[in-house]
Structures are given as structure tokens and as C-alpha cells.
Design a protein around this ligand. Structure first.
Ligand SMILES: Nc1ncnc2c1ncn2[C@@H]1O[C@H](COP(=O)(O)OP(=O)(O)O)[C@@H](O)[C@H]1O
Ligand SMILES: [Mg+2]
Length: 237
């Protein structure tokens, strides 16, 4: 088992009142799983994914990833695991504005290897796996540009490739197709499907109905609670 989550809660305080954005969630995923979490806006999907990817710490409960309990790790240890083993695709792509898109994409590799960024131009890139992902998402011709020159959807696709460069054991994608057109949305699901078949565990939060087709484990989130589909009493999307 790659991810084993037990009794997970995240409590936020708003106007002096506490509420559980993630409420006693149980979740597990195996290598090669494609888990899809549906749920209305505000149901807690992004909060849950931020806990699974180690960005935020839970208020309660445990996350065991590859046999390691996150709560036993220092922030620095967790950062290393996040960079090398967890590919997180945030809802809104964040890029360093002073680097080209390609440099941003390659940054997790440079950090892992403790090296400076060497490849400046996509024509100098020899890693065929990264090249094929850029090609699959149709952004090869854009990555020499600065982030400010790209649209939101183009940056989103670039952030997906960036999340995959270190070949993580788990990929956690927060609405990866939210601002993409039909064809590009399909390409993203096809790429995630491909990497899940190569053994990576994929966890996606989405409103995209394609999730029903691609996912092998389907969930619905409602008011912080996670229901395996079929057990929820309020319907799918
Ligand atoms: N940092 C925060 N402080 C307080 N409330 C938050 C914070 N982040 C999210 N929330 C609230 O938690 C709930 C779940 O949000 P979120 O996880 O973003 O849901 P979703 O991704 O399903 O739209 C919402 O009510 C949201 O307003
Ligand atoms: Mg969200």
C-alpha cells in the first residue's frame, strides 16, 4: 500500500467558530490506482489533497506514505519526500517568474540532485520521457517562454509535467483539467492514465465527468467527509 490515511481531520476556524474542512477521512491507495474524488465546491477536496501531499499538517489522524508516517517527519524531511516522491499539481499553477517555463519544470530535478539548472532551451533537453510528456500535452513549443507569456491553461499543463519529472510514487492532482478545453482535458487524463499503468498511484479531485471513466476508485466528498461512491446518500457530481 502506498497511501494509508486514517481518521484524518483538518480543523479551520472562521468567525470564531471551528469546523472540520476534512472530517475523519479514511482513505487508502495502492500503486497503480487511479483514485478520483468528486464533490461540490467547498466540500474539502483541496484541503484533503494538501494534507495528502504534505503541504499542510492535519489537526488529527495519520497519513502513512510508503510505510512512513508523516507525523514522524520534520518539515525538512517532509519537503524532501514531497520533492522526490510526491507529484502535487495544485489547483492554481504557481511558477517562479524569473525562470523560463522549462526551467520551472526542471527545478524539482535540480533540487533533488543538488545541481544548478543546466538546460536552458528545450532543444538541449535530452530526457525523452520529459519530452514525450511535453509533446503529449502540446506545450513543447511554449516552454522556452517566461511564465507570464503563457495562458492559465498552458501553465496548468506545464505544472503537470513539472509534477512528473522526478517520477513520483504518487501524483496528487487538484482539478487538473479545470481550465482546459475538451481535447486538452482528454490529453491530461490520458497522461495520468498512462503513468498509473506504469505503477504510479494517481489521486485526482475533479468535476470532470471523464473521472468516472478513468478512475478505478471513485469517491464523493461532502462537507469534509469522504464517501466511497455507492455509499454516499447525496449523488455523484
Ligand atoms: N485556510 C483556510 N482557513 C479557513 N477556512 C478554509 C481555509 N481553506 C479552506 N477553507 C474552507 O474549507 C472548506 C473546504 O475548502 P476546500 O478544501 O478548498 O474545498 P474544495 O476544494 O472542495 O472546493 C471551505 O469551506 C473553505 O472555505
Ligand atoms: Mg478545491
Amino acid at each position: 500500500m502506498i497511501l494509508n490515511v486514517s481518521d484524518l481531520s483538518k480543523t479551520y476556524r472562521r468567525r470564531g467558530r471551528e469546523f472540520n474542512a476534512v472530517d475523519h477521512v479514511e482513505f487508502f491507495a495502492w500503486s497503480g490506482d487511479f483514485s478520483v474524488i468528486f464533490g461540490e465546491s467547498g466540500s474539502g477536496k483541496s484541503t484533503l489533497l494538501s494534507l495528502l501531499s504534505g503541504i499542510h499538517r492535519p489537526t488529527q489522524g495519520s497519513i502513512v506514505f510508503n510505510g512512513i508516517d508523516f507525523s514522524t517527519l520534520t518539515d525538512a524531511e517532509l519537503s524532501t519526500i514531497r520533492n522526490e516522491n510526491i507529484g502535487y499539481i495544485p489547483q492554481d499553477a504557481i511558477f517562479l517568474p524569473q525562470y523560463t517555463v522549462l526551467e520551472n519544470i526542471l527545478l524539482p530535478l535540480a533540487i533533488r540532485d543538488g545541481k544548478k539548472l543546466e538546460v536552458k532551451n528545450v532543444s538541449d533537453l535530452s530526457d525523452v520521457e520529459i519530452l514525450s510528456k511535453l509533446e503529449m500535452l502540446g506545450i513543447t513549443h511554449l516552454v522556452n517562454e517566461m511564465p507570464s507569456e503563457l495562458s492559465g491553461g498552458e501553465l496548468k499543463r506545464a505544472s503537470i509535467v513539472r509534477a512528473l519529472v522526478n517520477k513520483p510514487d504518487v501524483v496528487i492532482a487538484d482539478e487538473p483539467t479545470s481550465n482546459l478545453d475538451e481535447a486538452n482535458g482528454k490529453n491530461v487524463f490520458d497522461l495520468l492514465d498512462k503513468i498509473s499503468h506504469s505503477g504510479t498511484s494517481v489521486v485526482v479531485a475533479t468535476h470532470d465527468a471523464r473521472g468516472f471513466k478513468y478512475g478505478n476508485r471513485l469517491y464523493t466528498m461532502h462537507k469534509g467527509k469522504l464517501f466511497p461512491n455507492g455509499e454516499s446518500d447525496h449523488g455523484g457530481l
